[in-house]
Design a protein around this ligand. Structure first.
Ligand code: GLU
Ligand code: ZN
Length: 488
Protein backbone atom coordinates (compact mmCIF):
# COMPACT_ATOMS: atom_id res chain seq x y z
CA UNK A 1 0.00 0.00 0.00
CA UNK A 2 1.50 3.33 -1.05
CA UNK A 3 2.18 5.70 1.84
CA UNK A 4 0.76 8.81 0.19
CA UNK A 5 -2.91 9.06 -0.75
CA UNK A 6 -3.24 7.63 -4.24
CA UNK A 7 -4.04 10.34 -6.77
CA UNK A 8 -3.60 9.40 -10.40
CA UNK A 9 -4.58 11.12 -13.59
CA UNK A 10 -4.84 11.00 -17.29
CA UNK A 11 -3.73 14.15 -19.02
CA UNK A 12 -4.90 13.95 -22.60
CA UNK A 13 -4.13 16.63 -25.14
CA UNK A 14 -7.30 17.32 -27.10
CA UNK A 15 -5.86 16.71 -30.55
CA UNK A 16 -8.19 14.00 -31.84
CA UNK A 17 -10.60 11.24 -30.97
CA UNK A 18 -9.96 9.12 -27.88
CA UNK A 19 -7.60 6.31 -28.85
CA UNK A 20 -7.73 2.75 -27.59
CA UNK A 21 -4.17 3.11 -26.26
CA UNK A 22 -5.21 6.15 -24.22
CA UNK A 23 -8.23 4.19 -23.04
CA UNK A 24 -5.97 1.47 -21.72
CA UNK A 25 -3.87 4.08 -19.91
CA UNK A 26 -7.06 5.55 -18.48
CA UNK A 27 -8.26 2.11 -17.41
CA UNK A 28 -5.02 1.25 -15.62
CA UNK A 29 -5.06 4.55 -13.78
CA UNK A 30 -8.73 4.16 -12.92
CA UNK A 31 -8.23 0.59 -11.67
CA UNK A 32 -5.25 1.65 -9.61
CA UNK A 33 -7.24 4.47 -8.02
CA UNK A 34 -10.26 2.28 -7.34
CA UNK A 35 -8.13 -0.56 -5.99
CA UNK A 36 -6.44 1.75 -3.49
CA UNK A 37 -9.47 3.88 -2.73
CA UNK A 38 -7.68 6.84 -4.30
CA UNK A 39 -8.70 9.52 -6.77
CA UNK A 40 -8.78 9.35 -10.55
CA UNK A 41 -8.38 12.75 -12.19
CA UNK A 42 -8.85 13.96 -15.74
CA UNK A 43 -6.80 16.97 -16.75
CA UNK A 44 -7.02 18.48 -20.20
CA UNK A 45 -3.62 19.52 -21.55
CA UNK A 46 -4.88 22.01 -24.08
CA UNK A 47 -2.01 24.46 -24.35
CA UNK A 48 -1.01 23.57 -27.90
CA UNK A 49 -3.56 25.66 -29.75
CA UNK A 50 -2.29 24.63 -33.18
CA UNK A 51 -3.24 21.00 -32.60
CA UNK A 52 -6.52 21.69 -30.84
CA UNK A 53 -9.46 19.60 -32.08
CA UNK A 54 -12.84 20.91 -30.92
CA UNK A 55 -14.46 17.47 -30.74
CA UNK A 56 -11.69 15.88 -28.72
CA UNK A 57 -12.92 16.78 -25.23
CA UNK A 58 -16.58 15.89 -25.86
CA UNK A 59 -15.41 12.63 -27.43
CA UNK A 60 -13.12 11.91 -24.46
CA UNK A 61 -15.93 12.53 -21.99
CA UNK A 62 -18.41 10.42 -23.97
CA UNK A 63 -15.87 7.60 -24.32
CA UNK A 64 -14.92 7.55 -20.64
CA UNK A 65 -18.59 7.60 -19.67
CA UNK A 66 -19.37 4.79 -22.11
CA UNK A 67 -16.53 2.72 -20.69
CA UNK A 68 -17.77 3.47 -17.19
CA UNK A 69 -14.49 5.08 -16.12
CA UNK A 70 -15.81 7.73 -13.79
CA UNK A 71 -13.45 10.45 -12.63
CA UNK A 72 -13.37 12.13 -9.26
CA UNK A 73 -12.01 15.44 -10.47
CA UNK A 74 -11.88 17.04 -13.87
CA UNK A 75 -14.13 18.38 -16.63
CA UNK A 76 -17.80 18.55 -15.72
CA UNK A 77 -17.24 17.25 -12.18
CA UNK A 78 -14.87 19.93 -10.87
CA UNK A 79 -12.73 19.37 -7.80
CA UNK A 80 -10.53 21.16 -5.30
CA UNK A 81 -7.47 21.28 -7.50
CA UNK A 82 -8.97 22.96 -10.57
CA UNK A 83 -9.26 24.35 -13.06
CA UNK A 84 -8.64 21.08 -14.89
CA UNK A 85 -8.05 22.69 -18.27
CA UNK A 86 -4.48 23.88 -18.61
CA UNK A 87 -5.58 26.75 -20.84
CA UNK A 88 -7.28 28.17 -17.73
CA UNK A 89 -4.11 27.93 -15.65
CA UNK A 90 -1.74 30.10 -17.65
CA UNK A 91 -1.07 32.54 -14.84
CA UNK A 92 0.14 29.66 -12.66
CA UNK A 93 2.69 28.48 -15.20
CA UNK A 94 3.89 32.05 -15.72
CA UNK A 95 4.28 32.44 -11.99
CA UNK A 96 6.31 29.26 -11.61
CA UNK A 97 8.47 29.97 -14.65
CA UNK A 98 9.29 33.43 -13.27
CA UNK A 99 10.10 31.86 -9.92
CA UNK A 100 12.64 29.55 -11.57
CA UNK A 101 14.25 32.54 -13.28
CA UNK A 102 14.50 34.42 -10.00
CA UNK A 103 16.04 31.43 -8.28
CA UNK A 104 18.60 30.96 -11.05
CA UNK A 105 17.21 27.69 -12.41
CA UNK A 106 15.96 29.18 -15.63
CA UNK A 107 16.68 32.13 -17.88
CA UNK A 108 15.09 34.36 -20.44
CA UNK A 109 16.04 33.69 -24.04
CA UNK A 110 15.58 36.46 -26.60
CA UNK A 111 16.73 34.57 -29.67
CA UNK A 112 14.65 35.19 -32.75
CA UNK A 113 13.18 32.31 -34.70
CA UNK A 114 15.56 33.32 -37.52
CA UNK A 115 18.60 32.97 -35.28
CA UNK A 116 17.42 29.57 -34.06
CA UNK A 117 16.75 28.43 -37.62
CA UNK A 118 20.20 29.56 -38.76
CA UNK A 119 21.69 27.71 -35.80
CA UNK A 120 19.88 24.50 -36.72
CA UNK A 121 21.00 24.89 -40.32
CA UNK A 122 24.63 25.19 -39.22
CA UNK A 123 24.28 22.17 -36.95
CA UNK A 124 22.82 20.17 -39.81
CA UNK A 125 25.73 21.13 -42.04
CA UNK A 126 28.24 20.15 -39.36
CA UNK A 127 26.25 16.97 -38.73
CA UNK A 128 25.83 17.88 -35.09
CA UNK A 129 22.80 17.13 -32.96
CA UNK A 130 20.35 19.99 -33.22
CA UNK A 131 19.95 21.97 -30.04
CA UNK A 132 19.97 25.39 -28.55
CA UNK A 133 23.50 26.77 -28.05
CA UNK A 134 22.68 28.41 -24.71
CA UNK A 135 23.51 31.83 -26.09
CA UNK A 136 21.18 33.65 -23.71
CA UNK A 137 22.22 31.66 -20.67
CA UNK A 138 25.33 33.84 -20.50
CA UNK A 139 23.93 37.27 -21.31
CA UNK A 140 25.19 40.12 -19.19
CA UNK A 141 22.70 42.32 -17.40
CA UNK A 142 23.42 45.04 -19.95
CA UNK A 143 22.75 42.75 -22.91
CA UNK A 144 19.53 41.61 -21.33
CA UNK A 145 18.45 45.20 -20.75
CA UNK A 146 19.23 45.93 -24.39
CA UNK A 147 16.96 43.12 -25.61
CA UNK A 148 14.23 44.21 -23.23
CA UNK A 149 14.52 47.77 -24.51
CA UNK A 150 13.97 46.44 -28.04
CA UNK A 151 10.63 45.14 -26.81
CA UNK A 152 11.46 41.49 -27.47
CA UNK A 153 9.30 39.10 -25.50
CA UNK A 154 11.56 36.30 -24.35
CA UNK A 155 10.91 32.61 -23.83
CA UNK A 156 11.99 31.00 -20.58
CA UNK A 157 14.41 28.09 -20.73
CA UNK A 158 15.53 25.65 -18.08
CA UNK A 159 19.19 25.81 -17.06
CA UNK A 160 20.13 22.19 -17.50
CA UNK A 161 23.27 21.42 -15.48
CA UNK A 162 26.24 21.34 -17.83
CA UNK A 163 27.73 18.29 -16.23
CA UNK A 164 26.60 15.24 -14.34
CA UNK A 165 23.66 12.96 -14.72
CA UNK A 166 20.07 12.54 -13.70
CA UNK A 167 18.90 9.18 -12.46
CA UNK A 168 15.33 8.19 -11.90
CA UNK A 169 13.38 5.05 -11.27
CA UNK A 170 10.50 3.66 -13.27
CA UNK A 171 8.48 0.74 -11.91
CA UNK A 172 8.48 -0.95 -15.30
CA UNK A 173 11.68 0.26 -16.92
CA UNK A 174 13.87 0.17 -13.84
CA UNK A 175 16.56 2.70 -13.12
CA UNK A 176 17.45 5.05 -15.94
CA UNK A 177 20.37 7.44 -16.02
CA UNK A 178 20.78 10.24 -18.52
CA UNK A 179 23.83 12.45 -19.05
CA UNK A 180 22.96 16.11 -18.83
CA UNK A 181 25.01 16.65 -21.95
CA UNK A 182 22.25 14.86 -23.80
CA UNK A 183 19.68 17.46 -22.74
CA UNK A 184 18.88 20.79 -24.26
CA UNK A 185 17.98 23.90 -22.29
CA UNK A 186 14.35 23.24 -22.95
CA UNK A 187 11.77 25.97 -23.30
CA UNK A 188 9.38 26.13 -20.35
CA UNK A 189 7.34 29.17 -21.27
CA UNK A 190 6.81 30.40 -24.80
CA UNK A 191 6.84 34.06 -25.77
CA UNK A 192 3.05 34.08 -26.06
CA UNK A 193 2.83 33.20 -22.36
CA UNK A 194 1.80 29.61 -22.97
CA UNK A 195 3.74 26.88 -21.16
CA UNK A 196 5.31 23.95 -22.92
CA UNK A 197 4.09 20.45 -22.15
CA UNK A 198 7.01 19.91 -19.76
CA UNK A 199 6.39 22.88 -17.52
CA UNK A 200 2.61 22.60 -17.40
CA UNK A 201 2.73 18.85 -16.83
CA UNK A 202 5.15 19.07 -13.91
CA UNK A 203 3.50 22.07 -12.28
CA UNK A 204 0.09 20.44 -12.47
CA UNK A 205 1.16 17.00 -11.34
CA UNK A 206 2.70 18.68 -8.33
CA UNK A 207 -0.15 21.07 -7.55
CA UNK A 208 -2.71 18.32 -8.06
CA UNK A 209 -0.70 16.09 -5.72
CA UNK A 210 -0.40 13.27 -8.22
CA UNK A 211 1.20 10.30 -6.48
CA UNK A 212 1.80 7.96 -9.41
CA UNK A 213 2.26 8.74 -13.08
CA UNK A 214 1.14 5.92 -15.33
CA UNK A 215 1.25 6.79 -19.00
CA UNK A 216 2.46 5.56 -22.37
CA UNK A 217 6.17 4.94 -22.66
CA UNK A 218 6.47 7.49 -25.46
CA UNK A 219 6.79 9.95 -22.55
CA UNK A 220 9.78 8.19 -21.02
CA UNK A 221 12.33 10.49 -22.75
CA UNK A 222 10.65 13.47 -21.08
CA UNK A 223 11.22 12.17 -17.57
CA UNK A 224 14.82 13.39 -17.06
CA UNK A 225 13.67 16.90 -17.97
CA UNK A 226 10.76 16.61 -15.59
CA UNK A 227 12.99 15.31 -12.82
CA UNK A 228 15.26 18.32 -13.29
CA UNK A 229 12.22 20.54 -13.00
CA UNK A 230 10.98 18.84 -9.84
CA UNK A 231 14.44 19.27 -8.37
CA UNK A 232 14.65 22.91 -9.41
CA UNK A 233 11.33 23.54 -7.66
CA UNK A 234 12.31 21.41 -4.70
CA UNK A 235 9.26 19.20 -5.19
CA UNK A 236 8.81 15.53 -4.51
CA UNK A 237 9.05 13.31 -7.58
CA UNK A 238 6.02 11.07 -8.21
CA UNK A 239 6.27 7.34 -8.79
CA UNK A 240 6.67 6.60 -12.50
CA UNK A 241 5.31 3.63 -14.39
CA UNK A 242 5.58 3.94 -18.15
CA UNK A 243 3.34 1.49 -19.93
CA UNK A 244 4.80 -0.46 -22.81
CA UNK A 245 3.39 0.13 -26.25
CA UNK A 246 0.42 -1.69 -27.68
CA UNK A 247 1.63 -3.60 -30.71
CA UNK A 248 -0.22 -4.40 -33.91
CA UNK A 249 -1.88 -7.86 -34.07
CA UNK A 250 1.10 -9.10 -36.07
CA UNK A 251 3.50 -8.02 -33.34
CA UNK A 252 5.23 -5.76 -35.87
CA UNK A 253 5.12 -2.08 -35.01
CA UNK A 254 2.55 -0.21 -33.04
CA UNK A 255 -1.18 -0.54 -33.38
CA UNK A 256 -2.50 1.88 -35.98
CA UNK A 257 -5.47 2.57 -38.21
CA UNK A 258 -4.11 0.16 -40.80
CA UNK A 259 -4.94 -2.76 -38.52
CA UNK A 260 -8.55 -1.82 -37.73
CA UNK A 261 -10.47 0.52 -35.47
CA UNK A 262 -8.30 2.45 -33.02
CA UNK A 263 -10.68 5.10 -31.74
CA UNK A 264 -13.02 4.16 -28.91
CA UNK A 265 -15.96 5.63 -30.82
CA UNK A 266 -15.25 3.22 -33.66
CA UNK A 267 -15.41 0.19 -31.37
CA UNK A 268 -18.60 1.58 -29.95
CA UNK A 269 -20.08 2.06 -33.39
CA UNK A 270 -19.08 -1.46 -34.40
CA UNK A 271 -21.07 -2.82 -31.51
CA UNK A 272 -18.52 -3.73 -28.87
CA UNK A 273 -19.83 -3.77 -25.32
CA UNK A 274 -18.07 -1.56 -22.81
CA UNK A 275 -17.86 -4.62 -20.53
CA UNK A 276 -15.86 -6.46 -23.18
CA UNK A 277 -13.66 -3.45 -23.98
CA UNK A 278 -12.79 -3.03 -20.30
CA UNK A 279 -12.04 -6.70 -19.78
CA UNK A 280 -10.03 -6.94 -22.97
CA UNK A 281 -8.05 -3.74 -22.45
CA UNK A 282 -7.22 -4.76 -18.91
CA UNK A 283 -5.59 -7.86 -20.34
CA UNK A 284 -3.49 -5.90 -22.86
CA UNK A 285 -0.33 -5.70 -20.83
CA UNK A 286 -1.69 -6.78 -17.46
CA UNK A 287 -2.31 -10.24 -16.10
CA UNK A 288 -3.45 -11.74 -12.87
CA UNK A 289 -2.27 -15.31 -13.11
CA UNK A 290 -1.40 -15.93 -16.78
CA UNK A 291 -4.54 -17.92 -17.40
CA UNK A 292 -7.65 -16.04 -16.30
CA UNK A 293 -9.11 -14.09 -19.21
CA UNK A 294 -12.54 -13.10 -17.99
CA UNK A 295 -12.75 -10.56 -15.20
CA UNK A 296 -15.74 -8.60 -14.05
CA UNK A 297 -15.19 -4.94 -13.30
CA UNK A 298 -15.26 -5.71 -9.59
CA UNK A 299 -12.66 -8.45 -9.98
CA UNK A 300 -10.41 -6.14 -11.94
CA UNK A 301 -10.61 -3.56 -9.19
CA UNK A 302 -9.87 -6.22 -6.59
CA UNK A 303 -6.93 -7.80 -8.44
CA UNK A 304 -5.37 -4.88 -10.28
CA UNK A 305 -1.87 -4.18 -9.19
CA UNK A 306 1.16 -2.55 -10.75
CA UNK A 307 3.10 -5.77 -10.31
CA UNK A 308 0.78 -7.45 -12.80
CA UNK A 309 1.75 -5.05 -15.57
CA UNK A 310 4.09 -6.55 -18.10
CA UNK A 311 7.27 -4.69 -18.93
CA UNK A 312 7.19 -5.86 -22.53
CA UNK A 313 4.84 -4.62 -25.24
CA UNK A 314 1.53 -6.41 -25.64
CA UNK A 315 -0.18 -7.24 -28.91
CA UNK A 316 -3.66 -6.06 -29.67
CA UNK A 317 -5.81 -8.88 -31.00
CA UNK A 318 -9.05 -7.93 -32.73
CA UNK A 319 -9.91 -11.64 -32.79
CA UNK A 320 -9.56 -11.98 -29.05
CA UNK A 321 -11.59 -8.85 -28.47
CA UNK A 322 -14.32 -10.14 -30.76
CA UNK A 323 -14.36 -13.46 -28.95
CA UNK A 324 -14.66 -11.67 -25.63
CA UNK A 325 -17.41 -9.46 -26.97
CA UNK A 326 -19.38 -12.53 -28.04
CA UNK A 327 -18.87 -13.93 -24.57
CA UNK A 328 -20.25 -10.79 -22.92
CA UNK A 329 -23.14 -10.62 -25.37
CA UNK A 330 -24.12 -14.17 -24.41
CA UNK A 331 -24.06 -13.23 -20.72
CA UNK A 332 -26.55 -10.39 -21.12
CA UNK A 333 -30.15 -10.72 -20.06
CA UNK A 334 -32.19 -10.90 -23.32
CA UNK A 335 -34.09 -7.72 -22.40
CA UNK A 336 -30.83 -5.87 -21.85
CA UNK A 337 -29.42 -7.17 -25.13
CA UNK A 338 -32.60 -6.15 -26.98
CA UNK A 339 -32.30 -2.62 -25.61
CA UNK A 340 -28.66 -2.40 -26.69
CA UNK A 341 -29.46 -3.69 -30.18
CA UNK A 342 -32.20 -1.16 -30.91
CA UNK A 343 -29.87 1.75 -31.80
CA UNK A 344 -28.00 -0.39 -34.32
CA UNK A 345 -31.18 -1.34 -36.16
CA UNK A 346 -32.45 2.22 -36.00
CA UNK A 347 -29.17 3.46 -37.40
CA UNK A 348 -29.64 1.02 -40.29
CA UNK A 349 -33.08 2.50 -40.94
CA UNK A 350 -35.36 0.06 -39.09
CA UNK A 351 -37.44 1.89 -36.48
CA UNK A 352 -37.83 -1.09 -34.16
CA UNK A 353 -38.54 -1.11 -30.45
CA UNK A 354 -36.90 -3.23 -27.76
CA UNK A 355 -40.25 -4.99 -27.19
CA UNK A 356 -40.31 -6.14 -30.82
CA UNK A 357 -36.79 -7.43 -30.51
CA UNK A 358 -37.25 -9.42 -27.31
CA UNK A 359 -38.71 -12.54 -29.03
CA UNK A 360 -36.00 -12.40 -31.71
CA UNK A 361 -33.08 -12.10 -29.30
CA UNK A 362 -32.95 -15.79 -28.30
CA UNK A 363 -32.46 -16.72 -31.98
CA UNK A 364 -29.36 -14.59 -32.39
CA UNK A 365 -27.82 -14.14 -28.95
CA UNK A 366 -25.48 -17.11 -29.40
CA UNK A 367 -24.43 -15.95 -32.83
CA UNK A 368 -23.63 -12.28 -32.34
CA UNK A 369 -20.02 -11.27 -31.97
CA UNK A 370 -20.83 -7.58 -32.18
CA UNK A 371 -24.07 -5.66 -31.71
CA UNK A 372 -23.82 -4.27 -35.23
CA UNK A 373 -24.16 -7.78 -36.63
CA UNK A 374 -27.79 -7.71 -35.54
CA UNK A 375 -28.59 -5.92 -38.79
CA UNK A 376 -27.40 -8.71 -41.08
CA UNK A 377 -29.03 -11.35 -38.85
CA UNK A 378 -32.44 -9.76 -38.46
CA UNK A 379 -33.09 -7.07 -41.08
CA UNK A 380 -35.49 -9.35 -42.98
CA UNK A 381 -37.88 -9.25 -40.02
CA UNK A 382 -38.36 -5.54 -40.57
CA UNK A 383 -38.47 -5.29 -44.35
CA UNK A 384 -41.76 -5.17 -46.19
CA UNK A 385 -40.29 -6.56 -49.42
CA UNK A 386 -37.22 -8.77 -49.60
CA UNK A 387 -34.65 -8.24 -52.31
CA UNK A 388 -32.61 -11.20 -53.45
CA UNK A 389 -31.65 -13.11 -56.59
CA UNK A 390 -34.40 -15.46 -57.82
CA UNK A 391 -31.75 -18.07 -58.61
CA UNK A 392 -31.13 -18.49 -54.86
CA UNK A 393 -34.57 -20.13 -54.71
CA UNK A 394 -33.33 -23.11 -56.72
CA UNK A 395 -32.74 -25.96 -54.29
CA UNK A 396 -29.44 -27.75 -54.06
CA UNK A 397 -29.18 -30.37 -56.85
CA UNK A 398 -32.65 -29.41 -58.04
CA UNK A 399 -34.01 -27.73 -61.13
CA UNK A 400 -35.86 -24.44 -61.05
CA UNK A 401 -39.09 -26.22 -61.95
CA UNK A 402 -38.69 -28.77 -59.17
CA UNK A 403 -38.03 -25.93 -56.74
CA UNK A 404 -41.12 -24.08 -57.91
CA UNK A 405 -43.26 -27.19 -57.40
CA UNK A 406 -41.78 -27.58 -53.92
CA UNK A 407 -42.48 -23.94 -53.01
CA UNK A 408 -46.11 -24.24 -54.15
CA UNK A 409 -46.55 -27.34 -51.99
CA UNK A 410 -44.98 -25.57 -49.03
CA UNK A 411 -47.46 -22.76 -49.41
CA UNK A 412 -50.40 -25.17 -49.56
CA UNK A 413 -49.14 -27.08 -46.54
CA UNK A 414 -48.57 -24.04 -44.37
CA UNK A 415 -51.73 -22.20 -45.35
CA UNK A 416 -53.82 -24.73 -43.40
CA UNK A 417 -51.61 -24.83 -40.32
CA UNK A 418 -52.99 -23.83 -36.92
CA UNK A 419 -51.50 -23.00 -34.57
CA UNK A 420 -48.49 -21.64 -36.40
CA UNK A 421 -45.55 -22.30 -34.08
CA UNK A 422 -42.01 -23.57 -34.52
CA UNK A 423 -43.14 -26.95 -33.18
CA UNK A 424 -46.12 -27.26 -35.55
CA UNK A 425 -44.30 -25.99 -38.65
CA UNK A 426 -41.50 -28.53 -38.76
CA UNK A 427 -43.22 -31.97 -38.95
CA UNK A 428 -45.46 -31.29 -41.97
CA UNK A 429 -42.52 -29.78 -43.85
CA UNK A 430 -40.37 -32.85 -43.17
CA UNK A 431 -43.24 -35.04 -44.38
CA UNK A 432 -43.54 -32.87 -47.48
CA UNK A 433 -39.83 -33.32 -48.28
CA UNK A 434 -40.38 -37.09 -48.14
CA UNK A 435 -43.35 -36.88 -50.46
CA UNK A 436 -41.34 -34.77 -52.90
CA UNK A 437 -38.50 -37.28 -52.73
CA UNK A 438 -35.95 -34.66 -51.64
CA UNK A 439 -33.92 -34.19 -48.50
CA UNK A 440 -35.36 -31.98 -45.76
CA UNK A 441 -32.23 -29.81 -45.99
CA UNK A 442 -32.93 -29.15 -49.67
CA UNK A 443 -36.46 -28.06 -48.93
CA UNK A 444 -35.54 -25.96 -45.91
CA UNK A 445 -32.85 -24.22 -47.96
CA UNK A 446 -35.47 -23.05 -50.45
CA UNK A 447 -37.86 -21.95 -47.72
CA UNK A 448 -35.09 -20.12 -45.89
CA UNK A 449 -34.34 -17.97 -48.92
CA UNK A 450 -38.04 -17.37 -49.51
CA UNK A 451 -38.77 -16.14 -45.99
CA UNK A 452 -35.48 -14.38 -45.18
CA UNK A 453 -33.95 -13.56 -48.56
CA UNK A 454 -30.72 -15.12 -47.28
CA UNK A 455 -28.93 -18.42 -47.39
CA UNK A 456 -27.71 -18.04 -43.83
CA UNK A 457 -30.22 -16.99 -41.19
CA UNK A 458 -31.30 -17.76 -37.64
CA UNK A 459 -33.20 -21.04 -36.99
CA UNK A 460 -35.84 -21.32 -39.68
CA UNK A 461 -38.96 -22.49 -37.84
CA UNK A 462 -38.54 -19.99 -35.04
CA UNK A 463 -38.06 -17.28 -37.63
CA UNK A 464 -41.24 -18.34 -39.42
CA UNK A 465 -43.22 -18.44 -36.18
CA UNK A 466 -42.12 -14.91 -35.30
CA UNK A 467 -42.91 -13.63 -38.79
CA UNK A 468 -46.38 -15.18 -38.48
CA UNK A 469 -48.43 -17.07 -41.00
CA UNK A 470 -49.58 -14.07 -42.96
CA UNK A 471 -46.14 -12.67 -43.67
CA UNK A 472 -44.72 -16.13 -44.38
CA UNK A 473 -47.41 -16.75 -46.98
CA UNK A 474 -46.80 -13.36 -48.55
CA UNK A 475 -43.10 -14.10 -48.83
CA UNK A 476 -43.77 -17.53 -50.28
CA UNK A 477 -46.03 -15.86 -52.85
CA UNK A 478 -43.28 -13.43 -53.71
CA UNK A 479 -40.82 -16.32 -54.10
CA UNK A 480 -43.21 -18.35 -56.26
CA UNK A 481 -43.69 -15.36 -58.51
CA UNK A 482 -39.96 -14.69 -58.79
CA UNK A 483 -39.16 -18.28 -59.61
CA UNK A 484 -42.02 -18.51 -62.07
CA UNK A 485 -40.69 -15.43 -63.84
CA UNK A 486 -37.20 -16.90 -63.88
CA UNK A 487 -38.48 -20.03 -65.63
CA UNK A 488 -40.80 -18.41 -68.16
N1 GLU B 1 -0.63 15.57 -22.67
C1 GLU B 1 0.09 14.34 -22.71
C2 GLU B 1 -0.64 13.39 -23.62
O1 GLU B 1 -1.36 13.85 -24.44
C3 GLU B 1 0.20 13.81 -21.30
C4 GLU B 1 1.24 12.80 -21.09
C5 GLU B 1 1.28 12.52 -19.60
O2 GLU B 1 0.46 11.73 -19.16
O3 GLU B 1 2.09 13.12 -18.93
O4 GLU B 1 -0.55 12.19 -23.57
ZN1 ZN C 1 18.50 32.76 -26.67
Amino acid sequence: MPDKPVRVRIAPSPTGYFHVGSARTALFNWLFARHHGGKFIVRIEDTDRSRYHPEAVPDLIASLRWLGLDWDEGPEVGGDYGPYYQSQRLALYQHYAAQLVEQGHAYRCYCSPERLEALREEQRKRKENPGYDRHCRYLTAAQRAEYEAQGITPVIRLKVPLEGQTTFHDLLYGTITVDHQMLDDLVLLKSDGYPTYHLANVVDDHLMEISHIMRGDEWLPSVPKHVLLYQAFGWEIPVYAHLPLILAPTGQGKLSKRHGGVEIREFRRQGYLPEAMINYLARVGWSYDDKTEIFSREELIRYFDLSGISSSPARFSYERLEWMNGYYIRQLHPDDLAARLVPFLQEAGYPVTAAELVPIVPLIQERLKTLAEVVQWTDFFFKSVLEYEASLLIGKNMTATESLVALRRVRETLALLTPFTAATIEPPLRALADQLGIKAAQLFGIIRVAVTGKEVAPPLFEVMAILGLERVLARLDQAIEMLDRLIH
